[in-house]
Write a protein that binds this ligand. Structure first.
Ligand code: KG4
Ligand code: ZN
Length: 361
């Protein structure tokens, strides 16, 4: 089965053509995926850098402009493939941005007389993060997913295939948003996650002493929720008390980046320990843009190996941690190949829904 997928939930315009097949995985569902069309992406990060974040109406305009070009690019080297369905991200995301993709996908589906499959962005992050070398096989349930991105931070439990329960989530900012805002305070450009990560890594190599003043909010609370706004504000005060950003040496800036990243790591280790204990998950997977973070990846892998040797940890390939259309195609394919009928019976509606894997009520 071949699905053409369209993703415009935030600031990336993505189109991908992916072929999927079911395999005889000994444990539960098994799939093999092959990217046929080059998944084309077009980052608008530079445009949004001026605003220090994503500006929804600008994103919408850019998607409308980019979609025909990206579609052409994605299908350029594809020889006359028969497409079976079109999948489109319906949410969660920025509504104006989502509508650009949905309208485009609806027109395309009508023109090509193909079914349209509305797809959840978070399910895309989760399912695609389980894929290894094009295969998603031998996945032991329950799966615990930690979805971390610029818009979302949640612990998701999948006890049965494609059934999700959000068992913990941020009470305020998403972790990627905190990375971006702290980066901005430190005078680093948007998106700030990779910049902080780079500075923190340099600081570790140089043995810079981290500022020991940042809190680890909610770390001792007996639940799986997290909070990043207090941490962000603590960085603001730390910079102010040190005399302002312009008085800081580059080592001091790196020390703050290091301490911030350490705090985020401590929070996720503590909450993941609780989540694995409480859920009895056999598989742990991380997904979303922040799942590209080298330090978090390495720390979580080591933690699971040391403390939960019977849990299998899966990491997404770096090419799909950020928003992309391959993940939307894979989620739609996995569901369709499992016999779930998601074909839209009515016009598709965009939803923001607090950036959760659960569809709106
Ligand atoms: O999944 P994504 O591309 O878009 C959303 O759905 O939000 O995630 C983007 C977020 C941004 O906040 C960006 O700063 C963060 O992911 N990010 C990182 C890293 N790479 C991207 N955060 C920390 N470390 C990284 N290496
Ligand atoms: Zn995302």
């Amino acid at each position: 089965m071949k699905i053409l997928a369209i993703e415009t939930s935030c600031d990336e315009t993505g189109v991908a053509l992916v072929e999927g097949q079911k395999t005889d995985s000994p444990a539960g569902e098994g799939f093999v995926f092959k990217q046929l069309g080059n998944a084309a992406l077009n980052s608008q990060a530079k445009l949004h850098a001026e605003y220090g974040g994503v500006y929804p109406n600008l994103a919408k305009r850019e998607h409308e402009k980019n979609l025909p070009i990206i579609l052409e690019q994605a299908l350029r080297n594809v020889a006359d493939e028969k497409i079976d369905a079109i999948a489109v991200t319906q949410g969660p995301g920025l509504e104006p941005a989502l509508w650009a993709g949905i309208t485009f996908a609806e027109n395309l589906a009508k023109e090509k007389n193909l079914p349209l499959i509305p797809t959840n962005h978070m399910e895309g992050h989760l399912i695609s993060s389980l894929v290894q070398d094009g295969k998603m096989e031998n996945v032991q349930l329950p799966v615990l997913g930690l979805l971390i991105s610029g818009g979302h931070t949640e612990y998701v439990l999948m006890r049965n295939w494609f059934e999700y329960e959000v068992i913990g989530e941020t009470q305020d900012d998403a972790v990627g948003e905190a990375f971006d805002k702290v980066a901005r305070m430190l005078g680093l450009p948007y998106p700030g996650g990779p910049q902080i990560s780079k500075l923190a890594e340099e600081a570790r190599i140089k043995n810079v002493v981290p500022y020991m003043g940042l809190p680890r909010p909610m770390i001792h609370d007996k639940n799986l929720n997290v909070s990043f706004s207090g941490l962000k504000t603590a960085v603001l005060y730390m910079i102010r008390d040190a005399g302002g950003i312009h008085t800081l040496s580059s080592d001091q800036v790196s020390a703050i980046a290091l301490e911030f990243e350490n705090a985020v790591g401590d929070i996720f280790i503590s909450k993941t320990r609780r989540a694995l204990e409480e859920s009895g998950a056999k598989t742990f997977v991380i997904g979303g843009g922040v799942a590209a973070n080298k330090y978090l990846r390495e720390r979580l892998v080591k933690f699971v190996e040391d403390e939960f040797p019977n849990v299998e940890m899966r990491l997404p390939e770096l090419s799909i941690t950020g928003d992309n259309a391959v993940m939307i195609a894979e989620a739609a394919l996995a569901r369709a190949l499992s016999g779930i009928d998601d074909v839209a019976k009515e016009p598709v509606r965009a939803y923001s829904n607090r950036f959760s894997i659960l569809p709106p009520k």
